[in-house]
Design a protein around this ligand. Structure first.
Ligand SMILES: *Cc1c(COP(=O)(O)O)cnc(C)c1O
Length: 231
């Protein structure tokens, strides 16, 4: 049963929280359902799991339209400006904003739909891998200041996709750096910006991420099993 896998993750989160002196209620597990069928999402939803992550706009949109019960959808993958219009009113949180240009488009589409605000996270790339999206940590504050002036976009925190490593300890420094950056930005007291969410940690390294302050972890394989991209 999927819920057993989910509960195992929850148990591990609890242990990591105990180790770090944190409250497990401050950590949201996002079940990353990309490539997985709707039936699997509904199986978890029946057990009151509410937060699901998708990395592709088209897939999120299809699942949104077909699912029998409402859930909180998280867009965790790269978002192209021309696709904002398909999901802006369907997601609880966009984790992957990494440019002023993209935020402007979100603001524009939200205004069109008379949405009060669209909560977003700013994606930062601490490992400086050129294959991944995300801002350099040095430019993050300036970008956030610009986005803060937009009426319909609300910055709620930071997100990172850490490198894929065998030993999760190798990513601890990146998680710690993101926590520090969020504290630094919080201390600037920028209007219309809060830093309450830190989205970091995946199947391989979520325990370390929780120890370092993650408030959202994105777990796919650890709940749904391996993904098959060939079908
Ligand atoms: C796929 C994906 C995840 C989940 O990865 P797992 O290793 O399967 O847990 C998390 N975050 C993002 C952005 C992803 O694309």
């Amino acid at each position: 049963m999927l819920i057993d896998q989910y509960n195992k993750v929850k148990e591990n989160v609890k242990k990591a929280c105990q180790k770090a002196g944190r409250d497990p209620r401050d950590v949201t597990i996002i079940a990353v359902s990309k490539t997985k069928p709707l039936e699997m999402i509904e199986e978890l939803r029946k057990e009151k799991v509410m937060d699901f992550g998708e990395n592709k706009v088209q897939e999120l949109k299809e699942k949104y339209e077909k699912i029998s019960w409402p859930v909180r959808w998280h867009l965790i993958g790269h978002l192209q400006t021309n696709k904002v219009k398909y999901i802006v009113d369907k997601v609880a949180l966009i984790h992957s904003v990494d440019s002023v240009h993209l935020a402007k488009q979100i603001d524009k589409e939200a205004a069109k739909r008379q949405m009060k605000e669209v909560p977003v996270l700013i994606q930062v790339n601490f490992a400086h891998e050129d294959t991944k999206f995300g801002l350099a940590s040095e430019e993050t504050e300036d970008v956030i200041r610009e986005i803060a002036s937009m009426e319909h976009v609300k910055v709620k925190g930071l997100m990172q996709i850490a490198p894929f490593v065998d030993d999760p300890e190798e990513n601890r420094k990146y998680f710690r750096a993101m926590k520090q950056l969020s504290v630094d930005i919080e201390n600037k007291k920028i209007d219309n910006v809060d830093m309450s969410i830190l989205s970091m940690g995946m199947t391989n390294d979520y325990e370390v991420a929780v120890e370092e302050g993650a408030t959202m972890i994105r777990v796919g394989t650890g709940i749904f099993g391996e993904r098959n991209y060939s079908i």
